[in-house]
Write a protein that binds this ligand. Sequence first.
Ligand code: BEZ
Length: 388
Amino acid sequence: MDRRHAVKWAAAAVVAAMAGGAAAQTGSIKVGFMLPYTGTYAALGTAIENGFRLYVGEQGGTLGGQKIEFVRVDDESDPSKATDNVNKLIKRDQVDVVVGTVHSGVAMAMAKVARDSGALLIVPNAGADAVTGPMCAPNIFRTSFSNWQPGYAMGEVMAKRGHKTAVTITWKYAAGDESVNGFKESFTKGGGKIVKDLTVPFPTVEFQSLLTEIASLKPDAVYTFFAGGGAVKFVKDYAAAGLGKSIPLYGAGFLTDGTLEAQGDAAQGLLTTLHYADGLDNPRDKAFRLGYAKAYKLQPDVYAVQGYDAAQLLGVGLAAVKGDKGKRDAMYAAMAKARIDSPRGAFTLSKSHNPVQNIYLRKVEGKVNQVQSVAIKALADPGRGCRM
Ligand code: BEZ
């Protein structure tokens, strides 16, 4: 770290210690969830919170010997409200840690506030490459993925399957752009050619004219990033347009995670890449799935796993300082070198605090994303632009 950054972080740590003062007197840790509880990503926010609460519940409601309290803000996946929302948690509610969010644009605004204030931020979904790239910081951690990771893995898979040309289609915002960039990087390296990049504004679900265009472009295959309610609509529209039979559809695994009940027949056989899958044969996953189903009467998805692991990571940090949240340097050091025993398989963090993890190739079979193989083992995001 250069001197300018060292001074900045020291000042931020003082501000953060002062901000944490109120909760310290109560002997508890205040967790502020900033997640979407409305809109196309609402189910994702709920699954993350469920996963986080499940882990805390399994620890008897404490982490590092401290009682965990919760407050929450609905960020509506709206970047224009993000700075105000995160400041509500940090300044008004005086939380000790912010856990959020799903949408990459919102997460980038949160990361900026975390960098400036020194507040601890754990990102349990949003893949914005910048969060563990140029915006990386000692107090910012991610337990999910970078947008680059599943995209890069799928580019390799599709090139190896012999596809020579592809059209990409996604929402026009950081997550879509970066997922497609990751895909293109490895697909073109493997000899593939991009015929056209198609986009719709987030969170639009009017796909008809673009599906007509895909039909006339006749690529070997299509790569896509959509998630939540948008993914449900896209997969159904793709099948209804009759494209599924002639132009195979692939995607980052968000396309079919937490969505299969609603997608039904339209999703059958789809291949996707993600850091979680159904049918992983590990005891940690089996126990997690049982616990989740018992607590919520629902099957967990990737978002629930990421929330669960955000709580595990916080637990590692608090245990290292025996619950003394004032010892931020020691807490962050323990979190940075944590090995998280995740339902997805154990992972560590890269230098820029992003999971180094297996990316699985999955196939939709009935109501599950059945694991086919490990597409890339222990894939680390390049962390381009991170100086820490
Ligand atoms: C994102 O905006 O980073 C994102 C949203 C939903 C699923 C995956 C990524």
